[in-house]
Design a protein around this ligand. Structure first.
Ligand code: SAM
Length: 340
C-alpha cells in the first residue's frame, strides 16, 4: 500500500504521455514550443507500462491517461492496450480535448478504457476557437456523440470557468445534462506557470457558480451519481461514488449531472490520493507544487524493480500536505506538461 506521511492512501495515478497538444488553450499552454521536451527525454511506451505496473503492485488501483493531448500521440492504442493488461489495475480512464475522439472512441472502448473525460470550455464556435487557439468545436461535439453512442459512459465534460471569458455559458453547459447522459463539471481556474490570461482577474470560485445555477434551476445535491445508461462491466451498481474531488448535483428531472471541482476555494488536499507521472518520467507529488522525483534516470540506468519501488514508496511518503497556489505559484511546468 502506498501511504504518505499524513496517512493518506495513494491509489490513483495520472500519466501524462506527451507534453504536446493540438490546441493552444490560453490558460494552459499559450506558448508551448519553448517547453516541449526532445523526443529522447519522453518516456517510451514500454517504460510507462513498466513504471505503471510497478506502481500497481504497490497499490495503485486506477490510472488516467492524459497529456498534452493523448490522442495525438502516435500509436496511442498500443499504450492503452499495455496499460489495460496490467494485473490488478481496476480502472483505466483517459482525459482528452475531444478533437480526435470521433475517430478513437470505439477503439478506446474496445481496448478497455472504462471512461473518458472531455475538456470543453465553450459551446460557441468562435469563442471555442479563440480560447483554444484555433480549435474546431464541431470536432469535439462529434467526439461526444460518438463516445456516447459506443457506450463510453458515464461521460464527463470538464469546463474551466473564467470570469469574463466563458462564465456566461455555465447555464448552457448545465442544460446539456437535461437530455444527455453526461456529467458536466465546473472546474476552478488554477494559477499554474505562465498563462495567457491573468489568474487574479479571471478566477471565479465554484460557490458563486453554485449560487447562480441554483437561482436558475432547481438543483438537488447527490451523494452518488446515478446514470440512466448501462455502466461498464463490473460497475453495475449504477452509481459513481466520490472517488474524486467533485461535489455532484442534479437539475431536477435531468438525465445527467453537474459537478463542481474547487481546488482553490475549498481544496481537497486532505483526501488527495493522487500521483502524477510526467511525460519525461518524473513522479509529481502534488499538482500545485514543483516537488518531483526523477524515475526515468534510475530506470534507464538499470535500477532493479525493487530499487524503483523503493524510490516510489519513499517519494510518496514525502508527498506535500497540499498545494499553496495563492502563496506560491508552481512555475516549473506548464499544465500541458503535467496533465491536469
Ligand atoms: N488535452 C487533454 C485535455 O484537454 O483534457 C489533457 C490535458 S489538459 C492539461 C487536462 C485538463 O487540465 C483540461 O481539462 C484542462 O482544461 C485543465 N487545465 C489546464 N490548465 C488549467 C488551469 N490553469 N486551471 C484549471 N484547469 C486547467
Amino acid at each position: 500500500m502506498l501511504i504518505d506521511n499524513y496517512q493518506r492512501q495513494v491509489n490513483y495515478l495520472r500519466i501524462s504521455i506527451t507534453d504536446m497538444c493540438n490546441l493552444r488553450c490560453l490558460y494552459c499552454q499559450p506558448k508551448p514550443e519553448a517547453g516541449w521536451k526532445i523526443h529522447r527525454e519522453i518516456l517510451r511506451y514500454e517504460e510507462i507500462i513498466k513504471l505503471a505496473s510497478l506502481m500497481v503492485q504497490l497499490g495503485i488501483k486506477r490510472i488516467r491517461v492524459t497529456g498534452g493531448e493523448p490522442l495525438i500521440k502516435k500509436d496511442v492504442l498500443l499504450l492503452i492496450k499495455g496499460l489495460a493488461r496490467i494485473d490488478g489495475l481496476e480502472e483505466l480512464t483517459l482525459t482528452t480535448n475531444g478533437t480526435k475522439l470521433a475517430q478513437f472512441a470505439e477503439q478506446l472502448k474496445e481496448n478497455k478504457v472504462d471512461r473518458i473525460n472531455i475538456s470543453l470550455d465553450s459551446l460557441n464556435r468562435e469563442r471555442y476557437s479563440s480560447i483554444t487557439g484555433g480549435g474546431n468545436l464541431e470536432d469535439v461535439l462529434a467526439g461526444i456523440d460518438e463516445a456516447l453512442s459506443v457506450g463510453l459512459v458515464p461521460l464527463k465534460i470538464n469546463m474551466v470557468v473564467m470570469k469574463g471569458i466563458n462564465d456566461d455559458e455555465v447555464e448552457s453547459f448545465a442544460r446539456l445534462t437535461l437530455d444527455k447522459p453526461v456529467i458536466v463539471r465546473f472546474i476552478e481556474f488554477m494559477p499554474i506557470s505562465q498563462q495567457g490570461v491573468e489568474w487574479d482577474e479571471r478566477y471565479l470560485p465554484a460557490y458563486i457558480l453554485k449560487q447562480r445555477l441554483s437561482s436558475n434551476f432547481e438543483i438537488i445535491k447527490c451523494n452518488s451519481v446515478s446514470h440512466p445508461v448501462p455502466l461498464p462491466k463490473g460497475r453495475e451498481d449504477n452509481s459513481v461514488h466520490g472517488n474524486g474531488p467533485a461535489e455532484y448535483y442534479q437539475i431536477k428531472g435531468a438525465v445527467g449531472n453537474i459537478g463542481f471541482i474547487s481546488p482553490i476555494s475549498d481544496h481537497f488536499c486532505v483526501s488527495c490520493n493522487r500521483l502524477r507521472l510526467t511525460p519525461d518520467g518524473h513522479l509529481r507529488l502534488c499538482l500545485g507544487q514543483d516537488a518531483e522525483v526523477d524515475l526515468k534516470l534510475p530506470l534507464r540506468q538499470g535500477a532493479t524493480d525493487e530499487e524503483l519501488q523503493r524510490i516510489i514508496t519513499q517519494a510518496v511518503w514525502n508527498k506535500p500536505a497540499g498545494h499553496q497556489f495563492q502563496l506560491d505559484r508552481p512555475t516549473g511546468r506548464q499544465m500541458v506538461a503535467i496533465g491536469g
